[in-house]
Design a protein around this ligand. Structure first.
Ligand SMILES: NC(=O)c1ccc[n+]([C@@H]2O[C@H](COP(=O)([O-])OP(=O)(O)OC[C@H]3O[C@@H](n4cnc5c(N)ncnc54)[C@H](O)[C@@H]3O)[C@@H](O)[C@H]2O)c1
Length: 279
């Protein structure tokens, strides 16, 4: 008997981290539905993967479209094994200076988009009793990130939805379904490429800047060994959570923390512009 290929859907896979995740999963033997709001970018990722990759246009704000893609994957391949909610947008700035459409768009794509993808995937996985959803959140989903506050709020919503839904899956007895939140530090993708001089984005450069390939490898491993929360790198989680635990201490430290973040951002700018990073 020929073994059935596992199937995965990746949202926002036209570029950045989503593209790297789609390539990683294809390398692990998944037939990958490469979806993005930008159809040409999705097609380019699928072409880079070759056989087994199917590009599609998907705006994660459209719940019905998410459900259609999940149903089409099952109809075409017999099952849906993995769904990665990766699509996201970041607009930095002071929340009270951002206009309403900017704030609404971050909440719609990062929070509601993640919810739409999760429920679309679960709509197929719960009756099948099997499957895994991986939601790409951010460190900004576990700590309030100064300068990226609306983004951070949208990621906190996605984080609560992910963990809460996992608790409810277990409460309802669905043991065969995994749901994970991935919280990476800053990643060198188009999301940050125009923000090397943006002081509001300094937090994204304040720790260990990651490559999309490194994060994609961790997501690949997570797909084999699910866990509720994966922070990359792990040590950043406990450090940042202290700001939530002790907000008055955070308030006092914030000028120093942001000064240091800006210093690191300038250092990454020098390394990147001189071709010394990434190696
Ligand atoms: N870059 C970072 O520093 C960083 C750090 C932590 C987490 N993340 C998260 O990783 C994920 C990927 O980000 P990235 O850095 O690759 O960003 P990116 O901007 O490089 O890529 C995002 C992709 O999402 C697509 N997209 C945008 N709106 C969409 C929509 N409505 N529907 C479907 N696709 C849409 C874009 O076309 C693009 O291909 C995001 O959820 C982001 O918040 C990024």
């Amino acid at each position: 008997m020929v073994a059935r290929m596992r199937t995965a859907v990746v949202t926002g896979a036209g570029g950045g981290l989503g593209r790297a995740i789609a390539i990683e999963l294809a390398g692990r033997g998944y037939a990958v539905a490469v979806s993005d709001i930008d159809g040409a970018a999705a097609a380019a990722t699928a072409a880079a993967i070759g056989a087994g990759a199917e590009p599609s246009v998907l705006d994660v704000r459209d719940e019905a479209a998410c459900r259609s893609l999940a149903a089409a994957t099952v109809a075409g391949h017999g099952s849906l094994d993995l769904w990665v909610n990766n699509a996201g947008v970041l607009v930095t700035g002071l929340s009270w200076e951002q206009d309403e459409p900017t704030r609404a768009s971050m909440l719609a794509i990062n929070a509601t988009g993640t919810i739409n993808g999760t429920v679309a995937a679960l709509g197929q996985m719960v009756p099948a009793g099997h499957g895994q959803v991986i939601n790409v959140i951010s460190l900004a989903g576990i700590v309030a990130a100064p300068g990226e506050v609306t983004y951070s709020a949208s990621k906190h919503a996605a984080m609560a939805f992910t963990l809460g839904t996992l608790f409810d899956l277990r409460r309802a007895g669905h043991k065969g379904i995994g749901l994970s939140a991935v919280c990476p530090d800053g990643i060198w993708t188009p999301m940050l490429e125009d923000k090397l001089d943006d002081p509001d984005a300094a937090g994204s450069f304040s720790g260990h800047l990651l490559t999309p390939e490194r994060v994609a490898r961790e997501v690949g491993k997570l797909s084999e060994r699910p866990r509720p929360v994966l922070v990359i790198p792990r040590w950043r989680g406990p450090v940042l959570r202290t700001f939530d635990l002790f907000p008055r201490l955070g308030l006092r430290l914030i000028p120093l923390v942001m000064w240091d973040a800006r210093r690191r951002q300038r250092r990454y700018k020098r390394l990147i512009e001189s071709g010394r990073w990434p190696k």
